[in-house]
Design a protein around this ligand. Structure first.
Ligand SMILES: Cc1cc2nc3c(=O)[nH]c(=O)nc-3n(C[C@H](O)[C@H](O)[C@H](O)COP(=O)(O)OP(=O)(O)OC[C@H]3O[C@@H](n4cnc5c(N)ncnc54)[C@H](O)[C@@H]3O)c2cc1C
Length: 432
């Protein structure tokens, strides 16, 4: 196969990157599962936006504080400054956001934020954004989309990427020539027993990076979300009880139904306090009280969550909900520069699999969709500036020399890749 750009991943970062590339280049998007099975679809809370210059310093400070001041300041600045543009693009593509009574875009708040600066669509913001991007991508004649197709490796020589090895829907392996490969394969939650992520998100790109000596960063920075719906079922994706519930007034209680913590603390600190409380109480969860949120707000803003609780036997208007922390987000990843270039030529990484340092040691709520989109757009513009020349001679040589038997047993390959990643994530000194 040959294409100008191969994008692995159909989450918000992969799709938006494709849409930001010129319409006369050939783009192929591959996705390990169905296109819509991405974490981007699951985002509930929303996306941060710089509402006005008056909020710049406060937004910057909140992001840095949540990240324990380990954030890359320039990345943070780029993200915040680009947010209005990204919102405009999304509106242009047809995405809808919740509005106030005057018809203006409404802003909500989540833990770690000093003010309301998060745009949202009810409690299904990610679905609204990503479904819109997916529809746009499907309508573009220059974008070819292949679902149930997995990136299993890249083809590279002398620190330059010439293409990839993919496994298609029928299990057939093939090599792909591309001027650029973009890694947009999301997080690593699939490697955990309890995670809010889809189970097929297993950090494959990070494993491929490790295999080829491509630089990675902060692989031990894994975020645990403080509040997910507690269930006794194992190996089920943990349902998120969005941070914006607490932003809108939900309270947390110990086993005696007493408050024990400031519910709006940044995620990592709140998680720690919840674990401490569970240990002191000898319980498997704490309680979240949504009765403190006005009924109308529950209906208009949190319908998906209310329904999930109802489906699982809880009426949020009458009783508290059991909640427990779960693996949620990966702050580390493949090291990239401000244009999302990895340390290997012609190879980019965007979204959760990349690490440009925006989040430091801990991500501020609702900065992830924004970061994914901002740096996906920068990658697209950078590739466009560089041009789309391929080197068919070197590609053909690498393709011919590739031993496909290495990838034939996909389960063994996934196990090997998972072990590679987890070894780094859990290296000594990591306290996650
Ligand atoms: C429950 C939940 C709620 C969230 N809420 C918010 C929120 O309110 N606000 C916010 O900012 N962030 C939120 N996040 C985080 C945010 O959704 C993600 O970080 C972001 O969407 C990541 O986008 P992405 O494009 O990098 O990856 P994803 O959207 O996860 O997409 C990854 C894609 O890669 C594909 N893939 C994986 N491996 C391979 C492979 N080997 N080959 C080919 N394809 C592959 C997958 O099939 C998928 O299409 C939430 C996350 C979760 C799980």
């Amino acid at each position: 196969m040959n294409t100008d750009i191969l994008i692995a991943g159909s989450g918000c970062s992969g799709l938006y990157c494709a849409l930001q590339l010129p319409e006369d280049v050939n783009i192929t998007i591959i996705s390990k599962s169905e296109f819509k099975y991405s974490d981007s679809y699951l985002a509930q809370g929303g996306m941060c936006v710089l509402r006005s210059e008056d909020d710049y310093q406060s937004y910057f400070d909140d992001t840095m504080k949540a990240g324990h001041y380990e954030n890359d300041e320039k990345s943070v600045e780029i993200m915040i400054r680009s947010s209005v543009d990204v919102l405009k693009d999304l509106l242009g593509y047809g995405a809808v956001f919740s509005r106030d009574e005057e018809g203006n875009i409404a802003y909500t708040r989540e833990g770690g934020h000093s003010t309301n600066r998060i745009v949202y669509y009810e409690d299904t913001t990610g679905k609204e954004i990503t479904a819109t991007l997916l529809m746009q991508a499907k309508n573009r004649t220059n974008i070819k989309m292949m679902d149930h197709t997995t990136l299993v490796d890249i083809l590279c020589e002398d620190n330059k990427c010439y293409g990839a090895v993919i496994r298609n829907e029928d299990g057939k392996l093939e090599t792909v020539e591309a001027a650029y490969v973009v890694l947009a394969t999301g997080g690593i939650g699939g490697l955990y027993k309890h995670s809010t992520n889809y189970s097929h998100l297993t950090g494959d790109s990070v494993a491929i990076a490790l295999k080829h000596g491509i630089e990675v960063k902060n692989l031990d920075y894994v975020q645990i979300h403080p509040t997910t719906f507690y269930t006794e079922q194992e190996n089920e994706r943990c349902f998120l009880m969005s941070e914006s519930l607490r932003g809108e007034g939900a309270l947390l209680y110990d086993k005696n139904m007493n408050r024990f913590v400031d519910e709006l603390l940044p995620r990592d600190i709140l998680t720690e306090k919840i674990f401490e409380q569970m240990k002191a109480d000898g319980t498997e969860h704490v309680w979240e009280d949504l009765r403190t949120i006005p009924s109308e707000e529950l209906d208009n803003h949190f319908n998906n969550i209310v329904e999930h609780c109802r489906y699982n036997g809880y009426n949020v208007r009458e009783e508290c909900i059991p909640v427990v922390p779960s693996q949620h987000y990966f702050m580390g990843g493949i090291k990239v520069d401000y244009e999302s270039k990895t340390s290997m030529d012609n190879l980019y990484a965007i979204g959760e699999t990349a690490c440009n340092g925006v989040h430091g040691k801990n991500r501020l709520a609702s900065n992830s969709l924004l970061e994914s989109l901002v740096f996906a757009k920068r990658a697209a513009h950078d590739m466009t500036e560089q041009g789309f020349e391929t080197d068919s001679g070197t590609y053909a040589k690498l393709a011919k020399a590739t031993d496909m038997s290495e990838y034939e047993d996909i389960d063994a390959l996934q196990r090997y890749y998972g072990e590679l990643v987890l070894k780094e994530v859990n290296h000594e000194g990591n306290n996650n």
